[in-house]
Design a protein around this ligand. Structure first.
Ligand code: DGT
Ligand code: CA
Ligand code: CA
Ligand code: ZN
Length: 578
């Protein structure tokens, strides 16, 4: 039996907290589930290992009772408290919480007073005016709910890669151990490391599909079987995700993996190329049209080679030039996680982070880094306790002491400046000059017209000490649209001023997007990959950033934090002014 992954368990705990709150349960009980969910999500190792050692309570925030729930979830895919809640509450109630602007409190009022349990019912109630009259709602809120419903319909069905990937890998590694199975791998958008995925596709090579499918239907995270046969089974899992499992004969593994990795657009382009070469590519084999003779199929490399192509990395199979590049022997040498030498966006407990600079530094050492930044919020963001000049003096002194100890990654004195409405940043120039490097980001003004937002960022780039623009479009996947920018103009300005653009690796940001990264690469802009960690465990998000970078055709020479420290410092904008 595969055990559930941490993200899935965290989602179950979170759902329990939501449902408890909707039923009006004791708030400490609700909080205990939320705290546990949070801790489980950022716990670095598999909980199943801890569970078998009887040590689940080692996870901060996990007491005896929740440990019992987690053990049960690991074995059966659920636990009694959640099952009881789901028995009395309609399951669609949880989907209301996925609408931006609807938290548990609002969902509870909607449920208690109007009996609303689904998105469609909610939309109806807003339109006929019932929602605006609810206590604590009003017409402005009702309007926001409508736009929330619209954006839910636009993004709501897709799941973050970071939530889907662990589940996909669990299923694949479990099926790999089923008797008769030669190979099992996650395909589809998960393999292409797309930032959000619609469903999980797992491909299995075996001569005995029946045995594989029987195993699939029994996995503990299965809540329902959508369809099942000897070659394909689709299941729904506890996290709501659909998983499609396909079984092929081992000698078709290569073509099947190619086909189910996609993208659909890449497949179409590939098949056109095959046709022009007198070949036909199916899910089972590459054959010659003239005589039906099979020329490839067992491995992906054979399939591409039969078409005269080098194998494009899955991340770039989107029919945006990779086939031409593969034909010309000109595929890019994409950045890899092992190229990364440091992290250039990290918060500490001096502002809204949870870990101390020492803890972040220890984590950086464990990741094998040469350096890391401390980039807390500047004083303009008072709500999160942004640093004033005295705070900075103290922090710098502390960092100097740490760096004097030599044994560990070098800590860079950084800051995350706030770009205000005019494009100005916190602190006077003489203070900015004293940082090793400055990241400047937008934290407000979403929905500004394109010209205004573009001008604001361009003005910030005129500041000689703004080395990096952080999360340039401010998007939050599934929740907030990117601010509209003239990205071509922004990249042109970045190249001209020597300002780097960040790829924020936080799993629901991944900002810049893959398309924006390609534009940045064309302009020769330096890219900084930063995790935006607010807790040292989140520094592991670097891998999400690297995947996104690869989707944007980013090469290691373009990435600031793939350089040794001395080269990094030389390439910062401020080095031009020194
Ligand atoms: P998703 O699930 O929406 O995140 O995206 P994918 O790419 O995983 O799409 P999915 O799950 O519908 O199908 C998996 C792969 O199967 C896809 O990447 C390529 C292949 N495929 C699916 N539909 C088509 C199609 O209509 N034409 C072609 N050529 N390939 C397809
Ligand atoms: Ca898929
Ligand atoms: Ca699929
Ligand atoms: Zn930040």
């Amino acid at each position: 039996m595969p055990d559930l992954d941490n993200a899935t368990i965290a989602a179950l705990l979170e759902r329990t907290a939501d449902l408890l709150e909707i039923t009006g349960a004791d708030k400490f009980r609700v909080l205990s589930y939320r705290r546990a969910a949070h801790a489980v999500r950022s716990w670095p190792d598999d909980l199943s290992t801890l569970a078998s050692a009887g040590k689940l309570t080692d996870v901060p925030g996990v007491g005896k009772r929740i440990a019992t729930s987690i053990s049960s979830a690991l074995q059966t895919g659920s636990f009694a408290e959640l099952d009881d809640l789901e028995a009395v509450l309609p399951p669609s109630l949880v989907t209301l919480l996925q609408i931006p602007g609807i938290g548990v409190k609002k969902a509870k009022v909607l449920y208690d007073l109007l009996g609303i349990t689904s998105v469609d019912e909610l939309e109806q109630a807003v339109r006929d005016g019932r929602v605006a009259t609810l206590p604590g709602f009003g017409s402005k809120t009702a309007e926001n709910i409508l736009s929330g419903i619209a954006s839910y319909r636009r993004f709501g069905q897709r799941v973050l890669l970071s939530d889907a990937l662990p589940l996909a890998e669990k299923v694949a590694s479990h099926l790999a151990s089923v008797p008769g199975v030669v190979a099992a791998e996650a395909a589809g958008s998960v393999r292409r490391r797309k930032e959000t995925v619609g469903d999980i596709d797992v491909l299995v090579a075996s001569g005995d599909g029946g045995t594989v499918m029987a195993e699939v239907r029994q996995m503990p995270m299965v809540t329902s079987v959508i369809a099942t046969g000897d070659t394909k089974t689709s299941i729904r899992t506890t996290s709501g995700l659909q998983v499609d499992v396909r079984v092929v004969e081992p000698d078709s593994w290569g073509t099947a993996l190619q086909y189910f990795t996609g993208s659909a657009e890449h497949n179409v382009a590939l098949r056109e190329r095959a046709k022009s070469l007198g070949l036909k590519v199916s899910e089972y084999a590459v054959t010659r049209v003239a005589d039906g003779m099979r020329v490839a199929g067992a491995t992906e490399a054979d399939v591409y080679a039969a078409l005269g192509l080098a194998v494009p990395p899955p991340e770039i199979r989107e029919a945006t030039g990779e086939i031409e590049a593969a034909a010309a022997g000109a595929l890019p040498h994409l950045i890899e996680l092992s190229d990364i030498r440091g992290d250039l966006h990290i918060h500490s407990s001096a502002t809204d982070g949870a870990s101390t600079i020492e803890q972040n530094r220890e984590r950086a050492a464990a990741l094998g880094y040469d350096y890391l930044i401390t980039s807390d919020h500047a004083w303009g963001l008072r709500m999160v306790g942004g640093l004033d000049l005295d705070d900075l003096e103290r922090q710098w002194e502390h960092i100097d002491e740490l760096n004097a100890q030599h044994d560990g990654p070098h800590v860079l004195k950084g800051i995350e400046l706030n770009i205000d409405d005019e494009g100005n940043v916190d602190y006077p120039l003489d203070v900015l000059a004293r940082f090793d490097l400055c990241v400047a980001s937008l934290h407000s003004g979403w929905g500004q017209p394109r010209e205004v937002a573009t001008r604001r960022i361009m003005r910030a780039m005129d500041n000689p000490y703004v080395d990096i623009i952080g999360h340039p479009t401010g998007r939050i996947l599934r929740r907030r649209d990117p601010i509209e920018l003239d990205i071509d103009a922004v990249c042109g300005k970045a190249a001209e001023t020597g300002t780097a653009l960040e790829l924020d690796a936080y799993p629901d940001r991944l900002d810049l997007s893959d398309l924006h990264l390609r534009i940045a690469m064309r302009h020769g802009v330096a890219i900084s990959i930063g995790t935006d960690a607010h807790e040292s465990g989140q520094m592991a998000y670097m891998r999400n950033g690297v995947w996104q970078a690869r989707r944007g055709w980013v090469t290691p020479d373009a990435v600031l934090n793939a350089q040794p420290l001395s080269d990094l410092m030389r390439r910062l904008k401020r080095a031009r002014h020194a």
